[in-house]
Ligand binder design. Structure first.
Ligand SMILES: [Zn+2]
Length: 417
């Protein structure tokens, strides 16, 4: 059975060209003593927009790992699947992110609710985590609310898990349960009872992705109080530790952070907390490799720069349509977007440095970055030209992809250089 390592990172490669560069970042971290399991993730939404199939991701992952002689485990993640979409991912995936966000708030049956409530009632009141200053408090009313809110969703997770298990066989895949794509974060207390529900459903969950406080907009830094995040993250680790022992969940259960990439202000907190408690982490990044492709093309100049500018111009024209599916995970100040006319006069350096996320660089514009992030549909509509340009400028694009994952993500999270 393939095992997800203590540290794993979810990498998205929407157009399937950058697997080599992404893997190079993982290999480089390994040379520095940080072993990271790569997980190539792609959601159904991304497949639909780009016109790819789940097996394309499998083909790419198999190809890049074998050509690099990478003999360690790696996975292909069916990202954010549910009962309606899981089927087509069965053959090609060995990691399933079971997304139950849309089921939260729906009520389970009265008997099921009562049964869970009675089983969990003994955890109401106050309990402290030994060796830390963290503790949880839960009233009976709160437990009832939590049961009303989450039991149905976790029962659905059980249903989805059992469907995958019946088709792939027990132990042949990694299961993540995610509820990050919701408006309201889950508190550590809620997480504790949710994990009890997961255990009652006998889901051998390896990673759990809660919604944290603050905003995790795609491709830009965390928006919120990093210290508040750190405190909740630490409490969540304690909860998982306790829940594993108390409910018999898998020993290697760890938190999955659907970071949306680029959460530079919280990476050092995550890193220092997991090292303090000797815990693992799954850091899922978004399809921001696409942004590095645009940056690389801009740097290449000529036709490639013109293509990058065209993506910006068209994104600006179709901003509402492109942003609509991502409303909860982007935050664009349209007043800070330069006009198409202004951008048409930019050289390679100006375009690339506006898009590249270097905090403190006066050219960096998070609004442009978020807009182009959701504009990948436009490149998908010109896939042949885009692919040709990527191939023609493979070296500069790959450097950009590598540097982004390795320097800006892995080094910050794992405190290496
Ligand atoms: Zn997510």
């Amino acid at each position: 059975m393939k095992k997800l390592g203590k540290y794993s990172i979810g990498i998205g490669d929407r157009f399937g060209h950058q697997g080599h560069a992404q893997l190079k970042a993982i290999i480089e971290a390994g040379k520095k003593g940080v072993e990271i399991t790569p997980v190539w993730n792609k959601s159904n939404r991304e497949h639909l927009i780009i016109g790819t199939q789940p097996h394309d991701v499998r083909t790419e992952a198999d190809m890049v790992t074998s050509s690099a002689g990478f003999a360690k485990p790696y996975f292909v993640d069916a990202d954010h699947i549910n009962l309606d979409t899981v089927e087509k991912f069965i053959d090609s995936s060995d990691f399933f992110t079971v997304d139950v966000a849309s089921y939260i708030g729906k009520m389970a049956g009265e008997d099921e609710i009562m049964q869970f409530y009675l089983a969990a009632e003994k955890y109401t009141g106050h309990f402290a985590f030994t060796g830390t200053n963290k503790s949880l408090r839960c009233s009976q009313d709160q437990l009832m609310d939590i049961t009303d809110n989450y039991l149905f969703a976790i029962k659905k997770a059980g249903e989805i898990y059992r469907k995958i298990e019946s088709l792939k066989g027990r132990g042949n895949f990694v299961t993540e349960v995610s509820m990050d794509e919701v408006y309201k974060p889950q508190t550590p207390t809620e997480l504790f009872f949710i994990l009890k529900m997961v255990a009652e459903e006998s889901i051998p969950v390896h990673t759990f992705a809660p919604k944290f406080p603050g905003r995790f907009n795609k491709g830009v830094d965390y928006s919120g109080d990093p210290l508040k995040f750190a405190s909740e993250f630490e409490a969540d680790l304690m909860v998982i530790d306790y829940a594993v022992r108390e409910f018999g969940l898998p020993e290697n259960l760890k938190i999955s952070i659907h970071s949306g990439s680029d959460k530079f202000s919280i990476y050092p907190h995550i890193g220092s907390i997991i090292r303090k408690y000797n815990k693992g982490i799954h850091l899922k990044t978004a399809g921001t490799t696409w942004l590095e492709e645009v940056i690389g093309l801009a740097e290449a100049g000529g036709e490639a720069l013109a293509f990058a500018k065209e993506i910006y111009t068209k994104s600006l024209e179709r901003i509402e349509e492109l942003c609509e599916p991502y409303a909860g995970v982007i935050d664009i100040d349209t007043g800070c977007l330069p006009s198409a006319g202004e951008v048409s006069g930019w050289n390679s350096r100006k375009f690339a440095s506006s898009l590249r996320h270097i905090p403190g660089n006066p050219d960096y514009n998070p609004n442009i970055r978020q807009l182009i992030h959701v504009g990948y549909k436009l490149a998908a509509q010109k896939k042949e030209i885009f692919s040709r340009l990527l191939e023609e400028h493979e070296d500069v694009v790959a450097d950009s992809v590598f540097e982004n994952i390795y320097k800006r993500h892995i080094c910050r999270l794992f405190d290496i250089e």
